[in-house]
Write a protein that binds this ligand. Structure first.
Ligand code: 5GP
Ligand code: ZN
Length: 113
C-alpha cells in the first residue's frame, strides 16, 4: 500500500533500525520504546490487522512468532518478554499494518490498562 508507513519501512523509503529481515518479514526498533527492548515484527506483505488474516497467512504468522523466539534469545531476554498485537480502536492500534510488538528488558505490569 503506497500510503502505509510500515510498507514504506519495508521498501526502505523511510529509515528504521532494522534488526532482522528475510523474505517474509522486517523487524525493527520501535521509534518510541516502551521498554529497554522494544521492537516491531511486521509481515512484508500489507495486512491491515489480525482481522484481515486468512488461512493462507497461517504459515506467515507462524514464521513471525518462531522468529521472535529466536531473536529474543539472541538479544539475551532470558527472563522473558511480552508479545502484543494491538488491534482496532479499542486495542489502540495506530498503524494499520499488522505488527507484533516485542517488549522486554524490564518487569512488565499486568493488566496492561
Ligand atoms: P500501535 O499503536 O499501532 O500498536 O503501534 C504502532 C507503533 O509504531 C508505536 O509503538 C509507534 O511508536 C511505532 N511507530 C510509529 N511510527 C514509527 C516510525 O516511523 N518508525 C518506527 N520505527 N516506529 C514507529
Ligand atoms: Zn502496509
Amino acid at each position: 500500500m503506497s500510503d502505509c508507513l510500515f510498507c514504506k519501512i519495508v521498501a526502505g523509503e523511510i529509515p528504521a533500525k532494522i534488526i532482522y529481515e528475510d523474505e517474509w518479514m522486517t523487524v525493527f526498533d520501535d521509534i518510541s520504546p516502551q521498554a529497554p527492548t522494544h521492537f516491531l515484527v511486521i509481515p512484508k506483505k500489507h495486512i491491515s490487522s489480525v482481522n484481515e488474516l486468512t488461512s493462507a497467512d497461517e504459515e506467515l504468522i507462524g514464521k513471525l512468532v518462531v522468529r521472535i523466539g529466536r531473536l529474543t534469545q539472541e538479544l539475551g531476554l532470558k527472563d522473558g518478554y511480552r508479545i502484543v498485537i494491538n488491534t482496532g480502536k479499542d486495542g489502540q492500534q495506530t498503524v494499520q499494518h499488522l505488527h507484533l510488538h516485542v517488549l522486554g528488558g524490564r518487569s512488565l505490569q499486568w493488566p496492561p490498562g
